[in-house]
Each structure stands twice: as structure tokens, then as C-alpha cells.
Design a protein around this ligand. Structure first.
Ligand code: FAD
Length: 412
């Protein structure tokens, strides 16, 4: 029996297991997935939990997300021994493999900024929404907040879903507007980037929307520390931003076992060939989802498109053949923009997010980089698509390769 071992049963690991179970013969291939717990979270739901979504709605038992013929091991991974093709678990067990798929994602680490995770204001006036517990605690903080300065802050890049902090800024602005106290709340978006987003067209559109909503933009802000006594966010170049509520995205890093196994770069992400997702140092290892170092957004959509491209490559690899598919870095992300609307981004390694319509030229029906009601309904529908189409590995009518159809190139 050939053994496929998948580390991590989140978005990428679950999709990969289900796709592979459909194509790898059951009598000659076993598929085992390891995760540290049995709770699969729909992470895009974290953005809504501080406002209206019930926390239970984002969770499902992982066991219910796998097709038959997939073994699930609930345990924490502590080391990968590449030399003997074996994974060591924290409980002392070992799992041998012939082919390893790393899909262990990324995690927010608030201890990496001085005064953040270890500060007296953590969980009181300094909050995050990149974990379910964090989103729930933030809901309470928002309910108590009636006036003052809010900073929505990104500590450093890369982070998963780089648009999520912008979404939070737009949603929190809308929240206070609906409560009739917007005039008492000063909101700033604080980012290490030189604008609202990474690329020029998106940065201009998103920066324009921040301005329309009277949300201040503090760009190029490389955070040094949080002063808990003075309630200030302080940058390396000496800027100080006072706050009454700081909603931060802590640094996102790879998992400890990646670092301990010598598989990661400085931030704990695994270097791979960006077109095949195959490890640069070990042909028997592929990396899917946020755990790799590919230069596109860390996003569920990327995990999905990449996994679709990966399957044929994996089969070819097991047969010793050249890998047929080349992943282009395709990402497709809705951005909640408040007022019951959302924007949509569609881009890849080579093409920045552009204006236009999606997926059909002129007809859309979705609009790129413009807030519309239909985009918002698309974002809400995505939750059901995630659970019932993407995770089980069912086909959806969006190509894993980015298309230029409907996109408008900026004038030179
Ligand atoms: C607030 C927020 C909003 C988002 N919104 C969107 C969105 O609108 N659209 C979008 O496309 N993406 C969005 N994302 C990003 C998306 O959720 C992730 O990119 C996606 O889940 C990545 O999949 P993954 O499988 O790589 O990682 P994950 O889904 O995080 O899975 C990693 C798994 O590895 C397991 N694991 C880690 N370490 C170990 C260990 N040592 N032992 C055992 N198991 C381990 C974890 O328990 C976890 O289950 C959002 C994320 C957040 C936080």
C-alpha cells in the first residue's frame, strides 16, 4: 500500500484529501489526514462574528468533511523526519509516509510584537479577529464601545486574507453609523504597506473608499511596540498613534513543526516551486494553502485553485512523469465594504487586481473593485459554496487559471 499523509485538515488539506480520494485507487493508496483538533472553521466567517454571525455557525466537525476512505488522526504534529519519511506526533506516535502533503496553514502570533500578546491591554483594549475566540471577544468590546479612537492595524505582511483588515475597517465604520454614533468614533487604518493595498489599481480604489468613509489611512507604519500604559501604537520611525480600541492583525507565521523540522524560511513558510507547489528540497513533499511561500495572497480561493492544479501533478509525480500543470497564483476574494455591499478582486502572480466585470465581460454579473450589492450576496453565498462544493472537491464554474475576460487594463 502506498501512503499519502496530509498534515493539516483545514481548507487545503481537506480539499486535497477529498480530491485525491476520488482519483487514487483505494486498494493501493491510503490517505491519512492529521489535525490537532476536530473543529473545521470557516475562517471568512470570523469577519462577521463581531457584528452579527453566531460563532457556532463557522464550525463543523472535521470528521464530517471527509469522503469515505480517508483516515483522520486527531493529534498535533511535532516533527517531519524527511530522511526516514516519517512524521512524529506530539503524543509520541509516528506516521510513516510515501508522499507528504503539508497543509498546516499559518497562525497569528501576538507575542512577536512587544506589548501585544504579553501586554496588559491584550483582550481588553487590544483585540484581534484572526481566531474565533478573538472575534467573539471583539464583539463584546464593540458592544461596550461608544466613543473614541479605533485603530485597525496590520502588524506585518504576509498575512492570510490581506483584505480582511480592510473589510473590518469598512464593517466597523458601518456598525457605528447604524448605531448613530459614527461622529463620536475616529477610525484609522494602519498598515505597513505604502497604501491601502499592495498593488496600484486596488490601492487607489480601496484608498478612495477609505477616504469616502472618513477612515484615516496611516501607511508605511512598521510597528515597533504597543505602549500599554499610554495606550499608543508606536512605529520604528517614532510615530505614535493613541487608541481607545486597537484591532490588530498580529504577525502571521508558519507552524512550529515546520521550523523545527528545518523545512521553512524565516517566517516558517515552506519554499516551493510556485507553479507546481512541490518542495524545493524534497520531491516527495508538496505544500498546499497558506503554509507555502508562493507569492500570491494567502487565501482559501488560492488553496482551492492550487489544489485543482495539484491533483494531476501529484498523479504524474507518483508515476515518475513530468508535472503537466502550472499554477498561475490565481486569487479571487470578496471584500465586504459595508452598506450591504462588497467588492471583488481577481488576480494572479502576473496580473494585479483590475477594474471590470466578472466572470463575463460587460455582463458580469459581479463587478471588480467596485462596491455592489450583488458582490455582497456573492460573499454570503460563498459560505455554502465552501462547505458543499469546495471542501468536498466538487467542480465550480470558475477556472483555476485567471482569465483576462472582463478586466480593464489601466491606461498607460
Ligand atoms: C478573518 C479571516 C477572513 C478570511 N476571509 C477569506 C475570504 O473571504 N476568502 C478567502 O479566500 N480566504 C479568506 N481567509 C483565508 C483562508 O481562511 C485561509 O487562507 C485558508 O483557510 C487557508 O487554508 P489552509 O488549509 O492553508 O490553512 P487552514 O485552513 O488554516 O488549515 C490549517 C490546518 O492545519 C492544522 N495544524 C496547524 N498546525 C498543526 C500541527 N502542528 N499539528 C496538526 N495540525 C496542525 C490547523 O489546526 C488547521 O486545521 C480568511 C482568513 C481569516 C483569518
Amino acid at each position: 500500500m502506498n501512503r499519502i499523509l496530509i498534515l493539516g485538515a483545514g481548507t487545503a488539506g481537506t480539499m486535497a484529501a477529498n480530491h485525491l480520494r476520488g482519483v487514487m485507487a483505494r486498494d493501493s493508496w491510503s490517505i491519512t489526514v492529521v489535525d490537532q483538533d476536530d473543529e473545521h472553521h470557516y475562517q471568512p466567517g470570523y469577519i462577521f462574528v463581531p457584528f452579527w454571525m453566531k460563532p457556532d455557525r463557522v464550525k463543523k466537525s472535521r470528521r464530517n468533511t471527509f469522503h469515505d476512505g480517508i483516515d483522520f488522526v486527531e493529534a498535533s504534529v511535532s516533527l517531519v523526519h524527511r530522511d526516514r519519511r516519517e512524521v512524529e506526533l506530539a503524543d509520541g506516535r509516528t506516521l510513516p509516509y510515501d508522499w507528504l502533503i503539508i497543509a498546516s496553514g499559518t497562525r497569528p502570533d501576538p507575542t512577536l510584537v512587544e506589548g501585544m500578546g504579553d501586554g496588559s491591554l491584550w483582550g481588553k483594549k487590544v483585540h484581534e479577529f484572526y481566531t474565533l475566540d478573538g472575534s467573539v471577544a471583539l464583539k463584546s468590546a464593540l458592544e461596550e464601545f461608544t466613543s473614541g479612537r479605533i485603530l485597525v492595524h496590520i502588524s506585518e505582511m504576509p498575512i492570510k486574507c490581506p483584505v480582511a483588515p480592510l473589510e473590518f475597517a469598512f464593517l466597523v465604520e458601518d456598525h457605528f453609523r447604524s448605531k448613530g454614533i459614527r461622529h463620536k468614533v475616529d477610525i484609522s487604518f494602519v498598515t505597513p504597506l505604502d497604501g491601502a493595498f499592495t498593488k496600484p489599481v486596488a490601492s487607489k480604489e480601496l484608498g478612495g473608499l477609505l477616504k469616502d468613509r472618513s477612515i484615516r489611512l496611516a501607511a508605511d507604519f512598521a510597528v515597533e511596540r504597543i505602549d500599554n500604559d499610554e495606550q499608543k501604537l508606536i512605529s520604528y520611525d517614532g510615530r505614535e498613534l493613541p487608541f481607545d480600541l486597537l484591532v490588530t492583525v498580529p504577525p502571521n507565521v508558519g507552524q512550529q513543526f515546520i521550523m523545527d523540522s528545518g523545512l521553512g524560511n524565516d517566517a516558517g513558510f515552506v519554499p516551493v516551486d510556485k507553479h507546481t507547489l512541490r518542495s524545493l528540497v524534497d520531491d516527495r513533499i508538496f505544500v498546499l494553502g497558506d503554509a507555502s511561500d508562493i507569492p500570491t495572497s494567502k487565501a482559501g480561493s488560492v488553496a482551492h485553485f492550487a489544489t485543482e492544479e495539484f491533483v494531476d501533478n501529484f498523479i504524474a509525480a507518483t508515476e515518475g512523469k513530468p508535472l503537466p500543470n502550472s499554477f498561475d497564483g490565481h486569487a479571487n476574494c470578496f471584500i465586504e465594504s459595508g452598506r450591504g455591499q462588497a467588492m471583488l478582486l481577481d488576480f494572479n502572480y502576473d496580473t494585479e487586481p483590475l477594474l471590470g466585470t466578472f466572470p463575463v465581460p460587460y455582463a458580469g454579473p459581479l463587478s471588480l473593485l467596485k462596491p455592489t450589492r450583488l458582490n455582497h450576496l456573492g460573499k454570503l453565498a460563498f459560505e455554502q459554496i465552501y462547505w458543499h462544493m469546495l471542501l468536498p472537491g466538487r467542480p465550480i464554474p470558475i477556472s483555476s487559471h485567471m482569465s483576462m475576460a472582463g478586466k480593464r487594463k489601466p491606461k498607460e
